[in-house]
Design a protein around this ligand. Structure first.
Ligand code: FES
Length: 575
């Protein structure tokens, strides 16, 4: 139901003189006149603020700016706390809860008298979950990304909150940094409110949401403490009311062209591999046909233009200072699909001409890119018939074509128990294989694919090895890591049959990942007993629902029954 044609959706609750509309109004008036709801769009602010999601805890303050904008434009703001998960806090892994957050948000938007929604997210899974929900309900929706934290400093040097932590902890293991110094850096890492300030998953998803068209152009990447974020949140509140009046729902402007632009942007910024599963899941909610091969096809020849960790040097407030995301997009304007619209009703490409690069060290111009081609490569072969991905920009060039003997670990616990065993038969040419970490096997597909290297090899100066896993990798991580191997081992993929000592060949340019074991021998092998034993099917609760219905990584790891749209119509009511 739209405002322009049929009145507001919320009129079903509030307009009328019967007992039910009396009840709906009476409970929601809270001191306002009875006619205060008439003709005024009810705008939910789906807020993932939580003290236990520190990256998003400032969103309560941002919500106030959104409310101001909604009131000003003639709407009624309604803050709706939704499921939130702090990437660094929740167990067993935040990805287990993405689909639950999406489902809960979808259902609460459907169940309530809501005409439109402003989505407040930040930490890794929160923006994807909110977009999945909004796509399924298909009410007018607009995102306010919470913004990155400011750069910390330690001993005179910039300190990022993700990549630098991995680097410092590896230095401790290598014996080149004392543990005392490492711990001293702890207080400097998180300098302010906001999400991780590398080009990790949170930064990536904020920018990709803008490339999709779901954010007011120019907003994403505004640092969390910057007053311009509040200003943009205020403007977004105003826009949300307009969206309802114009009936601009996700299905009216999100198209394959929008995802094309998101993939170009993902490559140009050197974004997180996690964007692959999130974009696939969002597209699935919209009924848009998107495959992992689209990421390779569209993104492979896009240059890497953003010099941010983990692929580069700088951090998110440097990107904002250097011209911001629109300046990056301007450099690749010819690669964008000009037909893709944004939430404002105008094409994304219309916002690029005024953008400018102010620091070419941070945003490199198209004719002098950080790398001539970035993107995410999709690998297939006997070890990954359904596909696997690698981020070449984060990998070591000398390992992009590699052949080595497998050293296999059946779970992350098995890995941690044995990786530093002095007797472990491993050298710099070995291929570390970690299985049991897919959507079903863990469950929840944790970020463990970037396995720490054996200490004895770190001490020899080795800093990268080929690693293969059916799990994910933190967006802040780096290395020659093949991830999202599909089918995962717990689903009976060839990964479950690999044995230590098998030869594995990786050819990123040739898009190949092969287990050099004959089909005849593989047919004789049983899935490794430890892999099977390590997978105990959850007995109850969300985890049980999740493993019974989660799909594989190549389709976005959504639940099979959540694909598609529920729409916003709920006709039954109990009183
Ligand atoms: Fe929340 Fe990194 S831990 S964005």
């Amino acid at each position: 139901m739209t405002m322009s044609n049929d009145g507001l959706r919320s009129d079903e609750w509030y307009a009328g003189t019967d007992r039910n509309s009396y009840i709906h109004r009476a409970w929601m008036r809270r001191g306002v006149p009875g006619n205060a709801f008439e003709g005024r769009p009810q705008i939910a602010i789906a807020n993932t603020a939580s003290d236990l999601t520190p990256c998003n805890s400032h969103l309560t303050e941002i919500a106030q700016s959104v409310k101001n904008g909604i009131y000003e434009a003639g709407g009624i703001p309604l803050e709706l706390p939704v499921v939130s998960m702090g990437e660094t806090q929740v167990r067993p892994t935040a990805m287990l809860w993405r689909n639950m957050a999406a489902m809960a948000t979808e259902e609460m938007l459907r169940a309530n008298p809501i005409d439109g929604v402003v989505l407040l997210g930040g930490c890794d899974k929160t923006i994807p979950a909110l977009l999945m929900a909004a796509a399924s309900v298909d009410l007018p929706a607009v995102v306010v990304p919470g913004g990155p934290m400011l750069t910390g400093h330690f001993r005179g040097e910039a300190l990022g909150c993700g990549t630098d932590v991995w680097r410092l902890s590896e230095e401790v293991r290598a014996g080149t940094l004392s543990n005392e110094s490492f711990l001293q850096s702890e207080g400097a890492t998180i300098r302010s409110a906001g999400h991780c300030n590398t080009m990790g998953t949170a930064s990536t998803m904020a920018l990709v949401a803008e490339a999709l068209g779901t954010v007011i152009p120019g907003l994403a990447g505004t640092p969390a403490p910057d007053n311009r974020l509040k200003q943009a949140a205020h403007e977004t509140g105003r826009l949300a009311v307009e969206l309802v009046r114009k009936d601009r729902r996700p299905s009216t402007f999100l198209t394959k062209a929008s995802f094309h632009n998101a993939i170009v942007a993902l490559a140009a910024i050197g974004g997180s591999t996690n964007a692959v599963v999130h974009l696939l899941a969002i597209a699935g909610r919209l009924g848009i046909e998107l495959s992992i091969d689209d990421f390779d096809r569209i993104g492979a020849n896009v240059p890497l233009l953003v010099n941010l960790q983990p692929a580069g040097q700088y951090l998110m407030d440097d990107l904002y200072r250097a011209g911001g995301f629109l300046a990056v997009l301007r450099e690749v304007k010819d690669l964008l699909d000009p037909s893709a619209l944004t939430i404002t009703g105008k094409p994304l490409v219309d916002y690029l001409d005024d953008a400018q690069i102010w620091d070419a060290d941070v945003i490199t111009p198209r004719d002098a890119p950080l790398l001539p081609s970035a993107g995410i490569a999709v690998l297939r072969g006997t070890l990954a018939p359904g596909g696997a991905i690698i981020k070449p920009a984060a990998a070591s060039p000398h390992l992009l074509k590699h052949r080595g003997k497998a050293v296999v670990f059946d779970s992350i616990e098995d890995f941690r128990a044995r990786i530093d065993d002095p007797e472990l038969d491993v050298d710099a040419n070995s291929v570390l294989v970690l299985r049991g970490c897919g959507p079903v096997g863990y469950p929840g597909m944790p970020e463990v694919a970037n396995m720490p290297l054996p200490t004895k090899l770190l001490e020899q100066g080795v800093r990268d090895m080929v690693r293969i896993c059916d799990g994910r990798m933190s967006g802040t991580a780096y290395g020659t890591v093949v991830l999202h191997v599909t089918p995962e081992s717990a689903a009976g993929g060839p990964l479950s049959l690999v044995q230590t000592g098998d030869w594995i060949s990786l050819d990123v340019r040739g898009k190949k990942l092969d287990l050099e074991v004959s089909a005849e021998e593989l047919a004789l092998r049983q899935p490794n007993a430890a892999t099977v034993a390590g997978y105990a099917k959850p007995r109850r609760g969300w985890e049980r629902l999740y493993v019974d219905h989660v799909m594989q990584a190549d389709t976005g790891a959504d639940l099979d029954f959540l694909v598609g749209s529920s729409g916003s119509v709920v006709s039954r009511e109990s009183h």
